[in-house]
Write a protein that binds this ligand. Structure first.
Ligand SMILES: C[S@@+](CC[C@H](N)C(=O)[O-])C[C@H]1O[C@@H](n2cnc3c(N)ncnc32)[C@H](O)[C@@H]1O
Length: 206
């Protein structure tokens, strides 16, 4: 198992180790990325947004790995590209201003991880959000591309407008997956309100 590194956000120092503060599903998803992504892997960031997750993935796959990053917004692709270039990782990242529902048109598997951070881009236009129909199609395609043992991570935001419809789409899809083919997990904080964002994980077994 890989040691959790200082690149996790919201760290604090509890004496001997750097411990990530698990405030919400994003740092939790990063723990899984640290555990599952190895040097040389091919991974997908299905929703680049401001590029924070793409940047973490770029550090984890190393110079021999590759990330395919999707977003429909020009600003998201530009901001992600800027962060990646600043860190010197441009060679290992392909950014596509395309919807993730076109995943299999642009990416050939197997991939180790597909990451979805649903909703709108923080600091951007809140009317541009992920949608149930396209998210559902992208999830199907992600499973097709996934390597055995690979994972799909989905951060779900039931609290914003349209969020509960998208939540139902994702939850209904995960619930229909055969237990022998996939392990599906739902992880949310219990000491917060019912509309708080949470993490869903799907691992393909074979
Ligand atoms: C919550 S943000 C992602 C945050 C990002 N992972 C980060 O680290 O900053 C969600 C993003 O999904 C994008 N999006 C919406 N519909 C999409 C689609 N069909 N395909 C790809 N991206 C989409 C939005 O433009 C927005 O930038």
């Amino acid at each position: 198992m890989r040691l959790v590194s200082a690149s996790l956000t919201h760290m604090t120092d509890f004496s001997r180790h750097s411990i990530p503060l698990l405030r919400g599903p994003v740092p939790l998803s990063h723990l899984f990325l640290h555990s599952f992504v190895q040097s040389g892997d091919i991974v997908v960031d299905a929703t680049c947004g401001n590029g924070h997750d793409t940047l973490l993935l770029a550090t984890l796959v190393g110079s021999s790995g590759h990330i395919f990053g999707f977003d429909i917004q020009q600003q998201a692709i530009a901001e992600t590209g800027r962060k990646i270039a600043e860190s010197g990782f441009s060679d290992r990242v392909t950014l596509l201003q395309r919807g993730h529902e076109e995943l299999t048109e642009h990416v050939t598997g197997p991939v180790q991880v597909v990451l979805f951070n649903l909703g709108y881009r923080p600091g951007g236009d809140r009317s541009i959000i992920t949608r149930p129909d396209t998210t559902g199609r992208a999830l199907e395609q992600s499973l097709e591309l996934l390597a055995p043992g690979g994972i799909i991570l989905v951060i779900i935001y039931p609290g914003h407008s349209g969020g509960t419809d998208e939540q139902s789409t994702v939850e209904d899809w995960a619930a229909t997956l055969a237990p022998r083919a996939c392990h599906c997990w739902r992880m949310g904080q219990t000491n917060t309100n019912l509309t708080a964002p949470y993490l869903l994980l799907v691992q393909k077994t074979t």
